[in-house]
Design a protein around this ligand. Sequence first.
Ligand SMILES: [Zn+2]
Length: 425
Amino acid sequence: MRSQTRTRRSSSDSTSINTDVAGELLRVWADQPAIDHHCHPLRRWPFQLSPEELRGAFTEALDPQLAASHVVNTVAYRDAVRRIAAELDCDPTEAAVLAQRNAADPVGYAKGLLARTATAIMLVDTGFASADAFTLAEQEQATGITQREIVRLERLAEGLIQAADDPREWFIAVRAGLRAAVRGGAVGVKTICAYRATLKLRPVDTDALGVAFSATRLRAQRGQSPRLSGSALCQALLFEGAQECLELDVPLQVHCGFGDPDEDLAETSPLGLRPLFIDPAYRGLRVVLLHCYPYHREAAYLGSVFPDVYMDLSLAIPFAGLEGSRAMREALGLCPTSKLLYAADRCWPITRAASTSSRTELRRPGLAAVLGLDNRFASGLGSERPADLDRNELEVRDNLRRWDRSNRRPVLPTVRGGEKAVVGF
Ligand SMILES: [Zn+2]
């Protein structure tokens, strides 16, 4: 009985303190617009959303049965509907959200949601886009938000394999392509090696590389897809891309952890990237670990011991539902706050609004105006608990001030007018 009383009091105390800290965080960030360091081209509007499409925006599943029957039974989706409904000022049901969404003026609707995320710059991976997606120029025009390209390494390399006589020629062409892209305004490179091979990097096997190169080039010459796959090709390409990123002084983003079921999740831990972190040849290369969940603790460890490793949680918030908050806290267990970046990782305004909202853990009225100023461990400061922050409140406040300063430090170079970009939110 006594212990129950203690538990209740502790919980109540922690809620009030957390609310204070969350409010302070949001006030401090109020004048700091978000930089979304990883997302994808938005789908064009206007278009109508069906229930399956809305549900599909909150799952990585490819099998339509998931959207048809099971997504509605996830914490993440139920929570997302509630948050979106609050944004759209309608009943917290799927039907009401869809009715509101489909009746709205598409441009005003999308701009309204995006504006509330307070996003100033979107760094867009153009390698994944639906057929009805905006180009970057169209997206900048439609959203009023500055857009910069992140080049997808594998997409670029696939387009160059047919014209190359051997792997060496191919890599020269790929590196020239990366240089041209950066000259043209791209601010980083992304690899999806995790989807095509294991991330457990090994020294390049030149024999295996030659065989895989010839087979892939032959497919291209026959008019078939030159889709890169297998460790011989994809890891050799990753090493080449990493070298070029280092020379260009742009970050290399590496997909790690969860994504759609094309990948073998068991092979996507960022720990496998160790050669990039310990080989002096890559010293100074900024590596950004994307998504990470459920390897976010491993990513946080890497960020804590290697100076040029950064991470984000992307869609773990909100896709992992209640686990998203836990992941944020676990990431901050080791990862310096200056290395935990913000990424919406989505292609629909409605998903961005939900994910941004869940990151801020908005639990009280009046905070809607600061949507998008979150990520930065606000998830852990919502009403859900964390009792340990009771004890650490002073440290949290101090951390907050450091966070504020440290995120002014550049991670990506030359995004706008020669200035260094602040990447992190
Ligand atoms: Zn992505």
